[in-house]
Each structure stands twice: as structure tokens, then as C-alpha cells.
Design a protein around this ligand. Structure first.
Ligand SMILES: [Zn+2]
Length: 320
């Protein structure tokens, strides 16, 4: 399979001359998209900055540096920034964690949450910087915030940078997705979950050899909108039919009945069939690309208004 970078370079622009008159015909692979705001290079610079901080496990000083980076970048984008600190009980004792939630008000009070985790898995015996698993989702999310802040939006967007997605020991009901579980339960207890209409999660979205998994816990109608838009933007080959059931930060929202989609490439290795680089020191800058971030970002930005249209139609169908 061609790498994503090469595939995009093939995008043509050409001049056609017809019947004596000259017509300028500009054709771009992504000509049908609503706008072309998303800059894969900007998203990649966020990713690189987080990788340069080093391993960023929840509760560590480097995690605090990552929080400062995210808050600093959000502050320049004109969004409201909420910090949600909490103490998580982990197999290694209590850890200070913090979700960062940016709010971009729309015309409606209906909320679409777009989330990504920024922590990296703790390894005591190896250096793990999580270029893809940690930095790609949160780096792309910062760039998505920038683009949506330039648009007039109908729904209100909440951008959730989750802490503590990774298990400290082994993934289980009590170890992992600390931040998303906390955010979802607090929303529910505050009676605010009814305003949340959908949740989109970005995780491991920077793989140079991009192959987004058909994640089967996710809500089918959101996945269909996203996959249809990938095809429309001529990115169809990167959104695969390889199915896998994955537990991730979307699960707490699904558990409260919120339609949710995990956009994740869980075949992160030297080919599209293995996950060899996952939780490995090989998950470095050389395995990720700005082009993959752009592909996913374009598809998300294109899909969001259609997701909201679906939500509104669904609301009309509900009995009053
Ligand atoms: Zn991970």
C-alpha cells in the first residue's frame, strides 16, 4: 500500500482545453470538503512538542508539563478552558490527574464532545514517548479546536483532553480510562449528560501507514457518516473494514447512552495486520506523519455538521 504521504502528492491540478476555448479546470482530491482549514503540519508540531517532553504518565511532573502545553495552546484559540483536577485511586496508589476541557459555544446548547487522551503508558523498564499513542490524538485535537473556532457552529463543542487513559498495570474495570470515566460520571451526576448528544474519540491517529479500525463498540450511525465522508474526500482506503472491539475513552459515554465513535488505528506496525509498535519504544516520531493527521482531521471536520443534522432529525422522531 502506498504511504499516506505519497498518496496525497498524487492529487492533480490540470488545465483542459476544449473545442477551441480554454477552460481552466482545477481538480483536487479533496475538492468537495467544506473548508481546507486543517493543517497536518500544525497538528504534527503539537505532537512533536509533546514527544519532546518525554514519557508523560498520569501523575508525573512531565504530565504537568503536557497539561501546561495544552492549556497554553488553547488559550490562544479563543475557547473557554476548564480544568478538572481529580485524585485517581490506582494500583500504584493515589495519583493527581487532570482533564482539560475546552468549550466552544455554538448556536445550540446541544453538546458534541471530541476527546483524546494525552497521557502515555507508564513503563519502568523502557522509554515510551507515545508519538502515536497519546500525542497524535491530543495534537490533532488542538488543531481541530483551531479550525472549529474559525467556523460558526450550530452545536456547542467540548474538547476533552483526557488524563489517565492508560492502565498502570493491566487494563480492567478499575485500571484505565480514569479521566473519561470521571468526566462522564460528573456530567451525569450534575444532570448535564442529557445535553451531550454525541462523542468522537481520537486515539492513535498518526500512523504513517494509516488504517483506521472499524471499532465495533462504537455507534453504527456515526461510524457510517465518518466512513462515507472518508470515501467522499477520497480517503476511503485509510478507513478500513478491519473490525475490532476496543475499550477506550468512549466507553464511559456509551455506558450513559451517548452515541460515540472511537477513531483509532489499532494496526500500528510494519504492516496493516500487526500492532507491533503499540506500547513499544518504537512508537516514535519516525512512525507518524502530518499527512495521516490531516486525513483524520479533514474527515472529522467534514463529518461534524452531518452528525449534528442526524442528531436533530433523531430528536424530531422522539415522542414528546
Ligand atoms: Zn495506549
Amino acid at each position: 500500500m502506498l504511504g499516506a504521504r505519497n498518496r496525497l502528492k498524487a492529487c492533480p491540478a490540470y488545465v483542459a482545453a476544449l473545442t477551441g476555448a480554454t477552460f481552466l479546470v482545477l481538480v483536487c482530491c479533496a475538492a468537495a470538503r467544506a473548508d481546507d482549514c486543517l493543517d497536518g503540519g500544525r497538528a504534527f508540531e503539537h505532537l512533536r512538542a509533546m514527544v519532546e517532553i518525554g514519557p508523560r504518565p498520569a501523575g508525573s511532573p512531565r504530565s504537568v508539563k503536557t497539561q501546561e502545553y495544552i492549556i497554553n495552546k488553547l488559550a490562544r484559540l479563543g475557547v473557554e478552558i476548564g480544568e478538572q483536577p481529580f485524585v485517581a485511586r490506582t494500583p500504584f496508589g493515589d495519583k493527581d490527574m487532570k482533564n482539560i476541557i475546552a468549550v466552544l459555544p455554538g448556536k445550540s446548547r446541544d453538546i458534541i464532545v471530541i476527546g483524546a487522551h494525552y497521557d502515555t503508558k507508564l513503563f519502568k523498564d523502557k522509554v515510551f514517548v507515545g508519538a502515536n499513542d497519546g500525542a497524535s490524538g491530543s495534537g490533532l485535537l488542538l488543531e481541530i479546536v483551531r479550525c472549529l473556532a474559525l467556523r460558526e457552529n450550530e452545536p456547542t463543542y467540548w474538547f476533552a483532553f483526557f488524563d489517565g487513559e492508560e492502565a498502570f498495570v493491566t487494563w480492567s474495570a478499575i485500571d484505565g480510562i480514569y479521566g473519561s470515566k470521571l468526566m462522564a460520571s460528573r456530567l451525569y451526576r450534575a444532570g448535564e449528560m442529557s445535553n451531550v448528544k454525541a462523542m468522537i474519540l481520537l486515539d492513535m491517529v498518526g500512523d504513517k501507514d494509516l488504517s483506521i479500525t472499524w471499532e465495533t463498540n462504537s455507534t453504527a450511525w456515526i461510524r457510517k457518516i465518518v466512513w462515507d465522508n472518508a470515501r467522499k474526500l477520497r480517503y476511503g482506503e485509510y478507513f478500513t473494514s478491519q473490525t475490532r472491539k476496543i475499550s477506550d475513552d468512549h466507553i464511559p459515554f456509551l455506558n450513559y447512552g451517548i452515541p460515540s465513535l472511537d477513531i483509532i488505528d489499532f494496526y500500528y506496525g510494519p504492516n496493516s495486520l500487526t500492532n507491533e509498535y503499540w506500547h513499544s519504544p518504537k512508537d516514535g516520531l519516525d512512525k507518524v506523519s502530518p499527512t495521516s493527521l490531516k486525513i483524520v482531521g479533514d474527515v472529522v471536520l467534514e463529518s461534524l455538521p452531518q452528525i449534528y443534522e442526524h442528531i436533530k432529525k433523531d430528536a424530531l422522531r422522539l415522542p414528546r
